[in-house]
Design a protein around this ligand. Sequence first.
Ligand code: EPZ
Length: 487
Amino acid sequence: MDTFVIEGGRRLFGRVRINGSKNAALPMLAAALLTDQTVTLRDVPGLADIKNMLRLLGELGCTRTDRTLSVDGEPHETIIQDGVVSLRSTNETLSHARYEIVRTMRASICTLGPMLARRGYARVSMPGGCAIGDRPVDLHLRGLAALGAQITLTAGDITAKAPPGGLVGTTIFLGGTFGSTVLGTANVMSAATLAKGTTIIESAACEPEVVDLANLLNAMGARISGAGSPRIIIQGVAELSGADYTVIPDRIEAGTFMMAAAMTNGDLTLDNCPMDALLAVTYCLQAAGVHVHPLGSLASTVHGLPSSNHRQRTPALTITSGSSDPSRTAENDPMRRSVRVTCDRVLRPVEVTTQPHPGFPTDLQAQLAALLCLADGNSVITERIFPDRFLHVAELSRMGAKVIRQGSTIVISGVRSLVGAPVMASDLRASAGLVLAGMAAEGTTIVNRVYHLDRGYERMEDRLRSLGAAIDRVDEKELAASEAAAA
Ligand code: EPZ
């Protein structure tokens, strides 16, 4: 297993391009199950989760139609070259998503709706426990059952059968205890594209990834409106065709790099940055003394906050489609901006509550917690989506952070500096928070189990090193051996 060895105290400088979004690409890859035509996705990140989804889709009868050169020992179906993946569902009899793959990646559940709608039958292993907290799929099943599916649970597998004649459109309230569900909305919206009549999803998730999926499905011939709002309307169609589509940039990766710049007192320019999907994040960062400036003609600052001398009227911003719209350039596409991130020497404390989009995303909570460990005062973070998502807190405390937890709220008393230490990654975003803390800390930090990070950040150590970080990926056995030799 790999670890990261990080020498802290290096300021980050330079330019980095934000990759395509993992959380947009996953349900979009599963959408290939809705048609027997080729679906081509571009700017697909080369991540462990994406490769697991491709392996799963291979088992569910999808064939790669893009010619990829063989890579040592890597099975053809999981190779991602230049971010392009072309898939075609060629064998619709293979409809069982096995536990062995589903347990590695919860997003496998996204194959349930598309297979049920297109093939009339699907068997998907129920996703198990998760480090970040309870993650039931009752809302997914509620939505699919409302479309007429007969759903049973046998030996840990969800079996879904469509009624004779297929799914039937209806009105579905999809809200749960913690609000909307992102993958639940994706699953039900995908299934409803092939249902008879009209489906209305009320309390739908408004995340940019849901909008991107709706844009892909519309490019495949679906009739979806209202994506990005809590009410999505889907007019069912008889069948869908193929499409060629570019995935939106990854807002969580962009937010992570913004905080990396702030925590190292660096100066970074992010290219292909989905600013329009990060307004809650940039609002919060500017309150903490971080300067986030879009470059070029659409330069703007999030209003309502004192900031240096960049106050200008903000033109109307719209969520843009992912499809390669030639008239959209980095210059005028608020979802693909170049953004410069710098930071005041002293960070200010803030109070934040995570919420469904457009609120502050839970997937940036751990990174923000790491940043606020260095703020001049007491900050408060309340986690509304996954109330127990605080496994990073104990690890940050090992680095000298002062954090008190009360239920789903933490109070962070800022310290002058963090101190390097061996720490354990527990999940994807917690590991990102620990890497940021390690880069800001004095001394050496060893982040164990970085396989968690590889699920959502492509070659993170190479990109950080190119920006000036002192970070190495080391096999933990080699590290232990070199430490023993040094002792
Ligand atoms: C998506 O997960 C993301 N994953 C998560 O990112 C992200 O944290 C989450 O949305 C919230 O933004 C992907 O897109 C692959 P939810 P999802 O259903 O869809 C409860 C990362 O780091 N709920 O929106 O699984 C649930 O327990 C990952 O990239 C039900 O009660 O999350 C949670 O409290 C981690 N019943 C809340 O809703 C359900 O049927 C929101 O979960 C479904 C969800």
